[in-house]
Design a binder for this molecule. Structure first.
Ligand code: HEC
Length: 204
């Protein structure tokens, strides 16, 4: 009788293990970076965005010929969630649930051994997120969020010029891939550059 019990126990242990396996898979699934919203429709700033894929930094970029000169220099850093970045490498465009974070940082100079040029400081001057969520924003697929408190981003209304400038001038799917050097080459290869951007380039 005894060996049978041992066998039953062993079988039970094996069953428990088998049942817990897919659970581990599901937990992994939860660690995927996808947009999370609050009850009032704001976006939770992904706390780990600094561990995402770095696309580029702009320094003192301005978009109108007579923009006022700022009294300080600022870098803006762009990060993409790794899942979306991977798909971009394959297809030359962004999948649903893409999140792109633009982080503005005050530039510093003449600190420590630095005599010339600029470096990035700890002072974050702005945080904006561009989110592709087709179910939530069926009209334009994308939405902008402005994060003022470092925690949640308010949804910016469609009438703001963020939407029109990105739609009219972004090289791929309303995003500024023309300024993300490694992605621009991929978009060229995959022929995913927007018609508006190609026209702009041809007109130069
Ligand atoms: C006149 C054109 C223009 C307007 C208006 C504009 N942007 Fe952008 N945006 C850009 C450019 C150019 C870049 C690329 C920045 C870089 O290379 O560092 C960019 C990049 C971004 C990115 C990084 C992801 C992406 O889509 O490429 C975010 C996020 C973003 N802008 C948010 C905003 C928000 C929010 C507003 C409105 C408050 C706004 N932008 C208004 C031109 C614009």
């Amino acid at each position: 009788m005894k060996p049978t019990w041992i066998l039953i126990l062993l079988l039970a242990a094996a069953l428990l293990l088998a049942v817990s396996m897919p659970q581990a898979g599901a937990n992994k699934e939860n660690s995927v970076n996808a947009p999370v919203y609050t009850a009032d429709g704001s976006l939770k700033l992904p706390a780990n965005y600094r561990e995402w894929v770095y696309l580029s930094s702009g320094l003192d970029m301005s978009y109108s010929p007579n923009a006022m000169n700022m009294d300080h220099s600022m870098f803006d850093n762009v990060f993409a969630n790794p899942e979306a970045y991977k798909e971009f490498l394959e297809n030359g465009t962004w999948p649903d649930k893409t999140m792109l974070v633009l982080e503005g940082r005050k530039a510093g100079t003449k600190v420590s051994i630095n005599k010339n040029g600029h470096f990035q400081t700890g002072e974050v001057m702005g945080l904006e997120v561009h989110v592709k969520d087709e179910a939530r924003f069926p009209a334009g697929k994308w939405a902008f969020f402005n994060v003022e408190d470092g925690v949640t981003g308010k949804l910016l209304p469609k009438e703001m010029d963020c939407y029109s400038c990105h739609e009219q001038h972004g090289a791929v799917d309303t995003t500024f891939v023309q300024f993300y050097p490694t992605l621009l080459e991929i978009a060229k290869k995959k022929s995913t550059l927007s018609r508006a951007y190609l026209k702009e380039e041809a007109g130069k």
